[in-house]
Every structure is written in structure tokens, then in C-alpha cells.
Design a protein around this ligand. Structure first.
Ligand code: UDP
Length: 463
């Protein structure tokens, strides 16, 4: 584990006002892929001397005992329940609205308690526009945290243009057409969710961009060597400063913000395998597959003869009772070279020397975590920004390949072999190792992300 950078004295003194630590207030969107970077940001700011107050929903609430140095303020949220991904956009839109008035009361009490001058700002997830609006009404400066890539943020900004020019809604016949206004995307790589005609997603993305444009700055979990062109584009198109301070998990003290309990026994299990021999398979915290795809995936992995560690999360298979997920006999037959867990300590797994490839859904956190460990990827994107991330992995950074089309065991087998045992996979691994080095440079002393953090801290002091 790379040690987090030691905050400089200047940074520390920036966090102190009138002899008291200044407060940064945070409000994460309550989904795993959004919670993790927000808690990493909290760790980073705390290490730089700021006191941290986390506002959070009851839905997917954090385990406060794991963060004894922070203050937590629960905000009633209208009691949402886990929903299918097709309904998640509506749920996210409703969540912000449901929290709005309770958040206003709680923020007002916190401001009374801390004194206005002691509060540096509120950092909220871009998908929580009502939270930004409340903060503005109470004169609290805001910063927007976008937990996806810079390229994805640019596609959010471009969404109205993509409709005007007819790229969206996606027409089946145009899926492979290049989006000339937004290279390297093809139509099929644009952020969409399910069969939505763009109405709800368009609303979500437009609100996210309003949150960015009305804030005092945008924080991105990315780094210069990975997305320089994309960040330059955002700086050109946005009037607010952009702080590319990623990869946050490499810059902040280790923290466990998992909603599910990771099965750590897999780390010991990995110890028995030679370097770069095991395929790690995980589709993140939200993506779901059909029972048929699960079966094809299982037999494809089995047929590849490659050792594997597979995360089969509760609820990952659509419409299937949890104890009937994998084909009968699969786990017993695979015991010698495979392990299935319900949730893994992913960052540590990817850092393990035995792991040689990652079959991922290409959520942005997973993509970054893989890149930072020099692990090449098999990409199977499902929704949202995942298709765009997969496009960058395969086409721009050339550190992986997409498993497209219908999942079928023979194709799965072939794709796994290409990544894990073929020369082509070795070349991808070599490129991934270069990216790992580039990430280490950006996060090292004088690196671009460290400079961006210094700028962010100075910015926080000026608010
Ligand atoms: N993760 C984990 N254990 C698992 C699977 C995922 O700790 O078994 C973490 C992973 O390290 C990442 C996050 O969950 O930080 C998933 O975020 P991502 O953006 O990749 O995908 P999402 O879950 O939002 O689709």
C-alpha cells in the first residue's frame, strides 16, 4: 500500500481558523461506487487537518463505528428500498428531493453549532442537486464530487448536443457509429440505462451538470496521465475550477466503506497461486445478470482452465434465489482452482501478486483500481458510464478487451485465454504496468494529483 502523502504544514494551517479546525461537510450518494470515493476524499481532507461531518441517508447508511474521527448526521430519506437498475435513476432523483427539507434543518443546526466561519464548504455528490440548492440558500459554498471519469463528465455536458445531433436516443442501426463530436465514443458507448428514451437519464445528467456549474469547483477522481485531454476539455467548457485529485484510493488513508462484509479468506487462498495466474471476476455492487448468463459465465470460466476468484454478490442474478445461483456441482468441481465469494476486499485482491487479470463491469472505481495495480481487464459493461469506460480500456489505454454480444461459454473461454495466457494479454499487462507507473508518478511527491490536492486545499481556504 502506498502511504498517503504527509500533509504539509501549510496545508494543515489552511485547515485551522482562529485556532479551531475548519469543518468540511460531506454528503455522498448512497451507492457503493459513490460512497467509496467520498470516504476517500474525507480521509484525505481529514489528513490535511479538516474536521469531517458526513450527512447521510438511512438507505445504505455508513457504519459510523468504522470512522470514529468523523461526525455523522443522519438525514431522513423517504425510506427507499433496493431497486432494479432500470429504476435506479428515478430513485436517485427522488432521493435528493426526499432529503431536501430534513437536510435544510440539519444543516442549519450544524451551522449554528460550528459557527459559519468554521465551515469551509459542503462537498456533495453531483447527483444530489437539492442538497446543493439547500447549501446555497444557507450561504454554504459547495464543491461537486463527480465519481466517474473526466470523459464521462464531458459526455454528461454534451448530452443535449447528443440529442440535437441525433446520436441519442440510441438507434439500434447506429450503435457502432462514431460520435465524431465526442471521440473515442461510439453511440453504443454513451451513458444510457436500459430502454429509457433518455427522458429520466437526461434529467439526471442535466441536474448533475447544474450542480457542477453552480458550485465553486469540481472534484474528479482521475489523474493527469490517464485523462489529460479530457480534463483540458472540461477546463475549457466549465467556468469552475476542476481538481483532478485521483486516484483517491492511492492518496487517502485506507478505509473500509464497504456496505457488504468482505470475505478476507480469499487473500490467503490467493497466496497459493503463482504470480499473475488468477483471474479476478467481479461485476461491482449494482450490475445484475440473467440466470442464463450466470451459467454461461460459470462454464466459460471453468472451460478456460484458468484459476479464478469470483464475486457472486447477493442479488447479482436477476430473479434467482440466492442459494441457487451457480450451476449444480460447479463450486465442488472448481474447488482446486476456483473460489467464489459474496464480496471481496477488491483493492487488496487487485494488489495481490497472484492476480493477473480482472473480468470487470468497468465501473469507474474498479477500472481505476485495476489500472493502478497494472492488472489488464476483460470488460463486460452493463449500463451508465461502464460502456464508455470499457471503450477507454480497450481502445485508448489498450489494457483490456471487451467481452461483447451474448454471453456464451465458448466465447467466454476464448476471451479469458486471450487475456490470461496469450501474447496479446501479456502486451496488455505490460501497458497496464506502464499506467501503474504513471499513476504512481501522479500521486508521488510533486506529481500532478498532489499539486491538484494542494490547489484544492488552498481553494477551500479561500471560500
Ligand atoms: N468492491 C469491493 N468488493 C467487491 C466488489 C466491489 O470492495 O467484491 C468495491 C470496488 O473496489 C469499488 C466499488 O466496490 O471501489 C465498486 O465501484 P465501481 O465504480 O467499480 O462499480 P459500481 O458498484 O458502482 O457499479
Amino acid at each position: 500500500m502506498t502511504p498517503p502523502p504527509a500533509p504539509t504544514m501549510a496545508a494543515h494551517s489552511n485547515a485551522v481558523h482562529g485556532g479551531r479546525r475548519r469543518h468540511v461537510l460531506l454528503f455522498p450518494l448512497p451507492y457503493q461506487g459513490h460512497i467509496n470515493p467520498m470516504f476517500r476524499l474525507a480521509g484525505l481532507l481529514h489528513a490535511h487537518g479538516f474536521a469531517i461531518t458526513v450527512f447521510h441517508t438511512h438507505f445504505n447508511a455508513p457504519d459510523t463505528a468504522r470512522h470514529p474521527d468523523y461526525r455523522f448526521v443522519p438525514v431522513p430519506d423517504g425510506s427507499p428500498v433496493p431497486v432494479a437498475i432500470e429504476d435506479a435513476v428515478a430513485q436517485i432523483l427522488e432521493l435528493g428531493v426526499a432529503c431536501e427539507s430534513a437536510f435544510r434543518d440539519r444543516l442549519a443546526s450544524v451551522l449554528d453549532e460550528y459557527s459559519r466561519d468554521d465551515v469551509a464548504c459542503l462537498v456533495a455528490d453531483t447527483h444530489l442537486l437539492p442538497i446543493f440548492e439547500v447549501a446555497a440558500r444557507l450561504s454554504v459554498p459547495t464543491l461537486a464530487l463527480r465519481t466517474g471519469s473526466a470523459a464521462c463528465c464531458a459526455s454528461f455536458l454534451a448530452y443535449p448536443m447528443l440529442f440535437e445531433k441525433g446520436y441519442l436516443p440510441v438507434q439500434e442501426s447506429q450503435r457502432d457509429m462514431p460520435v465524431v463530436d465526442l471521440p473515442p465514443y461510439r453511440v453504443r458507448d454513451l451513458p444510457v440505462i436500459g430502454e429509457d428514451d433518455g427522458g429520466l437519464v437526461r434529467e439526471l445528467l442535466s441536474r448533475a451538470m447544474t450542480a457542477v456549474k453552480t458550485s465553486s469547483g469540481l472534484i474528479l477522481n482521475t489523474f493527469d496521465a490517464l485523462e489529460r485531454r479530457e480534463q483540458d476539455g472540461l477546463r475549457r467548457d466549465l467556468a469552475v475550477p476542476v481538481f483532478d485529485i485521483g486516484p483517491l484510493h492511492k492518496l487517502s488513508p485506507a478505509v473500509d466503506s464497504s456496505l457488504l462484509l468482505p470475505d478476507r479468506s480469499c487473500l490467503e487462498w490467493l497466496d497459493a497461486f503463482p504470480p499473475e495466474s488468477v483471474l479476478y471476476v467481479s461485476f461491482g455492487s449494482v450490475a445484475c445478470m440473467s440466470p442464463r448468463d450466470l451459467v454461461e459465465t460459470a462454464w466459460g470460466i471453468a472451460g478456460s482452465d484458468v484459476p479464478f476468484l469470483w464475486v457472486v454478490r447477493p442479488g447479482m442474478v436477476r430473479g434467482s434465489a440466492d442459494d441457487h445461483r451457480l450451476p449444480e456441482g460447479f463450486e465442488a468441481a472448481m474447488r482446486k482452482r476456483g473460489m467464489v465469494v459474496a464480496w471481496a476486499p477488491q483493492e487488496e485482491v487487485l494488489r495481490h501478486r497472484a492476480v493477473g487479470g480482472f473480468w470487470t463491469h468497468c465501473g469507474w472505481n474498479s477500472t481505476l483500481e485495476s489500472v493502478c495495480e497494472g492488472v489488464p481487464m476483460l470488460c463486460r459493461p452493463y449500463f451508465g458510464d461502464q460502456m464508455g469506460n470499457a471503450r477507454y480500456v480497450e481502445h485508448v489505454w489498450r489494457v483490456g478487451l471487451e467481452v461483447g454480444g451474448d454471453l456464451e461459454r465458448g466465447r467466454v473461454e476464448a476471451a479469458i485465454r486471450r487475456l490470461m495466457t496469450d501474447e496479446e494479454g501479456a502486451e496488455m499487462r505490460a501497458r497496464a504496468c506502464e499506467l501503474k507507473k504513471a499513476a504512481a508518478e501522479c500521486t508521488g511527491e510533486g506529481g500532478s494529483s498532489r499539486l491538484a490536492i494542494d490547489k484544492l486545499i488552498t481553494h477551500l481556504t479561500s471560500l
